[in-house]
Design a binder for this molecule. Structure first.
Ligand code: SAM
Length: 221
C-alpha cells in the first residue's frame, strides 16, 4: 500500500536533513510495523502524517526548551515503535535522547531502527518510567532537560511518570489528542504535586495543509 504522502515535497519541507534517515525508518515500519504490533492495520498508508510528521511537530518546542542549554538531554517515555523519540532524535542530532520503554519486543525494534537510521544520539532503557525515576532520585542518572511522550497515559497519571525525570526549569512536551485541555484541567493537583507549573496546550503545526496537533507543555519548578 502506498503512503498518501510518499514523494510529497511536504516531507523535505518539514523534515529537512532528517528525511533520508526517516525514509529508511518509514520503509521498515511500513513493511513490519503492523505484523509486529507497532501500528494499526488502518495506519499503513498514513504513516508519514499520523506517526512521523505528527511526532516531528514537537521538534520546534524541544529546540525552544533547550535553547542556550549546554546539556540538551531528552527522555522519551513509552517510545513504543519510536514515536516521538526516534523521529525527534533524527531531526535533532545535537540533542541526546534516552528512549524509555518496558516491552522487550519494542526494545528489539528500537535497537534495529537506531542501527538502520545510524543514529548516534540515542540510548535505550528497558523499563518503566518509575524505575528510571528511582535512578534519577539516587543520582545514578542525571535529570533531563526535556521529557517527551505520546499516547502513554492521561495527564493524571503521566504527571507522576514524567515530571520527576526533569531537572528544575525543564519541560514536559507531550503530544495529545483533542482532549488535551480537559486532561490538564483534570490533572491540576497531580501536576502541582510533582513540581509542574503553567500547564498549557499549544496547537502545533504538522505540515502545510495538514491538520495541526495538540501539544501539552508543563514547566518544572
Ligand atoms: C500506546 S503505546 C504508544 C507508543 C508510542 N509512544 C506511540 O505514540 O506510538 C504506549 C507505550 O507506553 C509504554 N508504557 C506503558 N507504561 C509505561 C511506563 N510506566 N513507563 C514507560 N513506558 C510505558 C508501553 O509499553 C507502550 O509501548
Amino acid at each position: 500500500m502506498t503512503d498518501q504522502l510518499q514523494g510529497s515535497p511536504v516531507l523535505a519541507e518539514v523534515l529537512g536533513d532528517a528525511l533520508p534517515k526517516l525514509e529508511r525508518f518509514h520503509a521498515k515500519i511500513a513493511e513490519e510495523g503492523e505484523p509486529r504490533g507497532l501500528i494499526g492495520p488502518r495506519d499503513v498508508d498514513i504513516i508519514w502524517e499520523r506517526h512521523i510528521l505528527n511526532s516531528a511537530a514537537i521538534v520546534p518546542y524541544v529546540r525552544n526548551a533547550t535553547n542556550g542549554i549546554r546539556f540538551k538531554t531528552v527522555a522519551d517515555v513509552g517510545s513504543g515503535g519510536g514515536f516521538p523519540g526516534l523521529v525527534a532524535a533524527a531531526c535533532l542530532p545535537d540533542h541526546d535522547f534516552t528512549l524509555i520503554e518496558p516491552m522487550e519486543r519494542r526494545i528489539e525494534w528500537l535497537h534495529e531502527c537506531v542501527g538502520l537510521m545510524q543514529l548516534q544520539n540515542v540510548e535505550i532503557i528497558r523499563g518503566r518510567s518509575d524505575a528510571v525515576i528511582q535512578q534519577v532520585r539516587k543520582r545514578e542518572i542525571h535529570p533531563f532537560a526535556v521529557v517527551t511522550c505520546r499516547a502513554v497515559a492521561p495527564m493524571t497519571k503521566l504527571s507522576g511518570w514524567t515530571l520527576p525525570l526533569l531537572k528544575p526549569s525543564g519541560q514536559l512536551i507531550a503530544l495529545k489528542g483533542r482532549s488535551a485541555q480537559a486532561e490538564i484541567d483534570k490533572a491540576g493537583k497531580e501536576i502541582a504535586k510533582f513540581g509542574g507549573r503553567r500547564p498549557r496546550v499549544v496547537e502545533a503545526a504538522v505540515g502545510p495543509d495538514l491538520e495541526p496537533t495538540h501539544v501539552v507543555i508543563v514547566d518544572k519548578r
